[in-house]
Design a protein around this ligand. Structure first.
Ligand code: FMN
Length: 183
């Protein structure tokens, strides 16, 4: 696939099933995540890969976090417990903030976001589908603890990755006239 074609036509796909990327495909997705712009070379991100039985563990972490918020509604708990199973693999992209006089944390969070995007693009280029999600649980301290992510860090996203079960129609281009000016 031509790089420009990838960039102009990429889109998310929430309809994902096994198989997840393995071997070189998986490694290349991780390498793409490691390759992103990184001010001062701080590598201020961490990738937590969740797959196989760990998806059920993550489901328990999500449900416990929601229960700790006082939610008792069975339908909501059921829905929460199914969330990790929307793909065979989730890569949780979190920050790994480094103190640096020239690189504020918000720049480091941007780099972590770039890593999420780069891994989504790599997955797409390799014929997989992916969907970047956050939601309340990305900002939840119990979820961070359950994933062994320090509560001082931020979760930039849960990148759901798998094999597309549906080929989605290509979305139309977004007009850019109102979003570009020449100064
Ligand atoms: C930081 C971030 C968090 C997101 N969180 C969610 C989410 O929790 N649920 C969701 O449906 N889409 C979420 N999205 C949007 C989707 O990943 C996707 O970009 C959107 O559905 C538009 O589709 P497209 O990527 O094909 O243009 C998020 C996007 C970003 C950048």
């Amino acid at each position: 696939m031509e790089s420009i074609e990838l960039l102009l036509n990429r889109q998310s796909n929430p309809a994902l099933a096994a198989p997840a990327p393995v071997g070189d495909d998986f490694t290349n997705i991780i390498k793409a995540g490691m390759r992103v712009p990184d001010h001062a070379g701080l590598i201020p991100w961490h990738f937590t890969v969740v797959q196989g039985e760990a998806l059920a563990t993550l489901a328990n972490v999500f449900v416990d976090a929601v229960k700790a918020q006082g939610v008792t509604d069975e339908a909501k708990l059921q829905k929460t417990s199914k969330m990790p199973f929307r793909a065979p693999m989730i890569i949780v992209i979190s920050t790994k903030y480094q103190q640096h006089e020239k690189v504020p944390y918000k720049e480091q969070l941007i780099s972590a976001g770039c890593a999420a995007h780069a891994m989504q693009m790599a997955a797409y280029a390799l014929g997989f589908g992916a969907m970047w999600r956050t939601g309340d649980l990305a900002f939840n301290e119990d979820v961070k603890r359950g994933l062994n992510i320090s509560i001082e860090e931020d979760i930039a996203g849960f990148l759901y990755i798998g094999t597309p079960t549906k080929q989605l129609p290509t979305k139309p281009e977004k007009p850019f006239d109102d979003h570009v000016t020449f100064f």
